[in-house]
Design a protein around this ligand. Structure first.
Ligand code: ZN
Length: 129
């Protein structure tokens, strides 16, 4: 098993579901604000300052993408709880540990593999940054 007892799993499921609710409402709220965005974009278009509208659009879209990404991670974590792979590192198979999961409930890797993975990512994206 993943080294977690029933209470710990229940606690983490509770956290994940809360996150999911929050993210879903964030994404929903952004959807509803489209009308406001268009109104603002329309106004600044008239004043000839389109860059402000572009900027607002970029912020709106990137925060929505972030929320969608985060929601995907939460859904994947809930799926891993269902199939029993939750709480184990996807790289080395070691237990991730309850305290790390409380801090980061969508964690897929133990702290060692996470550091390795992020170093790799950092280096592979190298000079273009
Ligand atoms: Zn690992």
């Amino acid at each position: 098993m993943n080294g977690l007892d029933e209470d710990q799993v229940a606690h983490l499921v509770g956290r994940l579901k809360k996150q999911k609710k929050l993210l879903t409402s964030t994404i929903g709220a952004h959807g509803e604000s489209d009308a406001n965005y268009l109104a603002v974009a329309g106004e600044v278009h008239d004043s000839g300052d389109e860059s402000v509208a572009d900027l607002l659009g970029d912020i709106r879209i990137s925060s929505q993408y972030r929320a969608i990404d985060a929601l995907t991670e939460v859904d994947e974590a809930l799926q891993r709880i269902t199939d029993g792979s939750y709480g184990r590192c996807i790289d080395c198979g070691e237990e991730i540990g309850f305290s790390r999961l409380v801090a980061h409930s969508v964690a897929k890797r133990c702290i060692n593999c996470k550091e390795k993975y992020e170093n790799l990512k950092l280096h592979s994206s190298g000079p273009s940054l």
